[in-house]
Design a binder for this molecule. Sequence first.
Ligand code: PEP
Ligand code: MG
Length: 879
Amino acid sequence: MRKFVYQFDEGRKEMKFLLGGKGANLAEMTRIGLPVPPGFILSTDACKDYNEHHGHLSEDILREVMLHLAHLEEVTGKQFGSAENPLLVSVRSGAPLSMPGMMDTILNLGLNEKSIQGLMHATGDARSSLDSYRRFIQMFGDVVFGIPSYHFEQALTRIKKEAGYQSDTDLQPADLEELISRYLDIFSAEAGRDFPQDPKEQLLLAITAVFDSWMNPRAVIYRRLHDIDASYGTAVNIQAMVFGNTGDTSGTGIAFTRNPSTGEKAVFGEFLLNAQGEDVVAGIRTPVELSQLQKLMPQIFEELIATCALLEEHYLDMQDIEFTIEKERLYILQTRNGKRTTKAAIQVAVDLVHEGKISREEAIMRIAPKELDQLLHPAFHPDALAKSRVLATGLPASPGAATGAIYFDAASAVRAADMGIKVILVRSETSPEDIEGMAKSEAILTARGGMTSHAAVVARGMGKCCIVGCADILIDEQEKVLRTKAGQILHEGDLISLDGGTGQIYEEALPLTEAELSPAFDEWMQWVDESKRLQIRVNADTPADLQMALHFGAEGIGLCRTEHMFFHEDRIPFVRQMIIAENSQDRACALEKLKDMQKEDFCALFRIAAGRPINIRLLDPPLHEFLPKETREIEKLAQASGKTVAEIRRRLSELTETNPMLGHRGCRLAVTFPEIYKMQAEAIMESAMIIHDEGIPVHPEIMIPLVATQAELALIKNEIKATIQQMFDKERLILPFDIGTMIETPRACIVADQIAKDAQFFSFGTNDLTQLTFGFSRDDAGKFLPSYEKLALLPQDPFVSIDQDGVGALVELGTVRGRMTQPNIKIGVCGEHGGDPKSIRFFHKIGLQYVSCSPFRVPIARLAAAQAALLEQHSMETV
Ligand code: PEP
Ligand code: MG
């Protein structure tokens, strides 16, 4: 016969797939002799049986529950529904893997018109007992019958108003009795039945509600996002309540075995005398530090400290422990691995390695790569965040937190920033002209654009907080107003806050906590590097970015976008002159100026890289990003190029493309204007020669973008090679260099065996590859992808995390085919996916040599690469 229900003393911590995480821990604590209030667990098998019986508890389950309930009454000496000595229980869900927010806890189940008398008698406190009852009705109504809490909240507000009270604590027993009667009426009206007075019925209804919650839409989506198998099911924990509100020798609290903010090894926690756990949660009373307990009940304090040490030793991790003291007896209600800041997580992991409790590998696996964002960027103060109001939500393009005054154009942003104002640049979308404004702003917000749009890529490169594609706002750049869909209007200079990690925008300036790196972090990162196989490079276009990335542990540049080197006010005019040139003479003139600028940049990068690999991508400007739109800019360009405004406008209209992202960019530009890449090849090798003369090793990788056929690559490669050969002949010097290509069109992946005949390396441009494989515009995806995610049509934004089945399969195909021609060809990824942990795991698995990402993502990529390697070696559990 199948067994569905387990006594706490029948389980252990390894049984979390049968008993759920919470139940397994309660069982383990019982097994090792800790004072855990007794109880029992309906296993995940019971959940499966419930689902197999189409939402009915089978006779077998019912019989087992009743047997265990009787046993619980026996061991506690209390009875369900008794007016003298009532047994009350808590009912909590418990999935095998943590699923926060899936279902709330129900406390004090068993309360009814009769047992409330018993509770008042036990606690000797009518007020707090009646308060527990009214909260139980609300909680039960909400969790089991889906009655929205506001119905109860309104009744509470009304009764306080009638009595002229300010706070909940002013309510007297008679008021609470009246409130309970109103709550029961609300319950009947909303649930269509009376509040169940029979505690057994309450219990069975609560159990079915927990089982049902396993299939609610929120839980289904959560599981899909976190790759949790839907077949696991949830357990239900039923535990006798103990009462911390039975006078001044009782109380309740939580204890962390180490400080969850800093990781410091010292027990840390809070405690409330004569209270139930709910009082703390409800914020009715403010808890005091644990040290108070030491003064009030020194023996209990000692027992608690010893329990903390024992639990930490047992679980080999920092524990978050809930305890209650009932009449000078300590009870442990829950233990779990404590939530902590990233700083604390690293400190605890490093300390546990030094204490000989866990291995370095375990310490590496314990921190999720994305958590490192918290260390590398400022964040909002959690208390302030909890109280703030969200104005709108967009796509979280670049992490970090920032507050500042809004400005609607780059020039005003720069002016304000120069006056010492903290600025947030708000644009419909950004363009290269905005670069200085972006650099001087604390953060960037755009109404349009996706996760690989100009604003997103550039802000990420700068390590700056950025939210894009915020469909909740409308921006009028002329009038300088921001309107939200909810009707708020903000003007230039108004303060807002942005959280680039969540995409949320707040309507005030929130206080920030600064980013800081500790010695423990450095030590831990060293272990990380020793474990990884993938090389981590950086996408960097400026000396400052490269310097920052090297500080974060980058091993070279995987992508230097040369067109980004012209994102500067004094440089853009020359790029524009080059683009609009109508004959080779005009073009040559603009190119000559650009060459000098490029040489300066390349020399600086080569110097800083000091022999590390540098991959330079030849020009790939999507024309719409570079051409002037505003009259002022058009006039400037006319003046600089000695043409009339009308001539410029005519040329611009000739150059206008219907689909610029599919247009005249990348290597196609070199097919029509070979002199552009010729200039760049000269600039690269002339710089390399200068650096070589300085005694610094240099070995550039020259990369040709957007290739689709071997023939176009061969044509361009041969032209570049001929140019370089001429230089070598002239200077009587030969320097090492490689010529390779980006693989960013689906065709290039399919014919990678042919392309590899003319490439010394491949770098997958997964941004364009995603755009071209899905046919989703990189710039417009923000308009529709959120709906796809909401409807679960896609597990994630494919511009953020590689679509392994489609785009990923093409990357794998390209890799395999490229290696068929050249088994040792160097292969990496330089699209934004190179900084995404899940994608990095995939790139590791298919055997690439490196990933490249923006500077602030380098530590995240290092960790993800190390975890991928460890998972492969030990099939360790993911964090
Ligand atoms: C890519 O397409 O993945 C890439 C890195 O190039 P860009 O984003 O500059 O088009
Ligand atoms: Mg590209």
